[in-house]
Design a protein around this ligand. Sequence first.
Ligand code: URA
Length: 424
Amino acid sequence: MNIIDIINKKEAKGELTNEELKYVVDNYLNGNIDDAQVSSLLMAICINGMTDNEIFELTDIFLNSGDKIDLSTIDGIKVDKHSTGGIGDKTTLVLVPLVASTGVNVAKMSGKSLGFTGGTIDKLESIPGFKTDLELEEFLCQVRKIGAALVSQTGNLVPADKKIYSLRDVTGTVESLPLIAVSIMSKKLASGVDKIVIDLKIGDGALIKTISEAKTLGRIMVEIGNHYGKEVVCVVTNMNEPLGHAIGNSLEVMEAIDTLKDNGPDDLKKLVLTLGSYMVSMAKNISYNDAQKELIVNLKNGLAYKKFLELVNMQHGSIENLKVSSKVFSLKSKKTGFVNEIKAQRLGELVRSIGGGRYHKEDNINYEIGFLLNKKVGDYVLEDEELIKIYLGDKDINVNEVLDCFKIDIEPVKEIPLVYGVIK
Ligand code: URA
């Protein structure tokens, strides 16, 4: 067997066998196959797709490429949430303490930024001192103690995804539906949880652009989960504009804190309550509506925010020292009208271009920079009124490129719902 034949087979739309897929993964992990060869295969997969069989086989190979976590020392049904990635998506930062505040244990592992989308781990690392790389026993112990922990993949969990995810990030092969399904499901299965809620985002600011792609991806992820005896719920949500107002690491943490104090933007609050209600209802075996009532109460009575502070404290972070850049510019609208579109992906790319994300695996992130939207889709804006604030670091930005992200018209367009539907 050799890698060139495997690449050529996929280029010719052939179906790869378990042995061929395993050969690639094993030899990439041990260094016998290099980045260029795997990039080429990933590109062939991106263009020609994978059969369901290939997706199942590759998920299993990824899952068995490293350790699997045993969560049996933590009480109750363990439920996890995963997002397919979007712009301004700080949902996990709110959801984990909120769900944990209802007594459900949440042992959450998250990832770094991918492509133009931000990553929860980078956001957490903008909190000075916050430790995301806990040892496995430390991670489990924290969940047993306070009911929640938020860490980067610990130990040797799905090393195949770790290495291939970083390569996809810098080779334009992030958007492949089969690769997304394998990446997400192998990690969720290895993390030892019983039930999984997936926030499947679609739209301009998401990796998945259309409802039909979302249906395909949702179906395969539910099937993979069920195959391993795990219940999976995919909530298909709108990512046609950034979530909330903040884009950029520290700014997003601040917005998550506001939301935990029940003072956050409507769309973020609604999304968190929707995903959280599925998580709590699955973990406690209660109705969706009863779960939602518990969550609303804990946002109002301060328990959710208290749990967040406990979590940050346990992981050595100090939110008092959270910083945003003092180099702030306010961009004003050039006309009066309804904001009918905010190009989320482009804003995500611009944040990356001024240092808020990575182009190369080893790039450092400037946590203090980003954007704060003053207007959302559907809002009315006057000429000369602020559209957005820009927090800059040492890189420049062309303000016209930021203004071009906003489409302002005399007439409003029809509102798009935040939640399109659920696949289970
Ligand atoms: N999230 C993941 O974990 N993997 C992907 O491939 C895309 C989003």
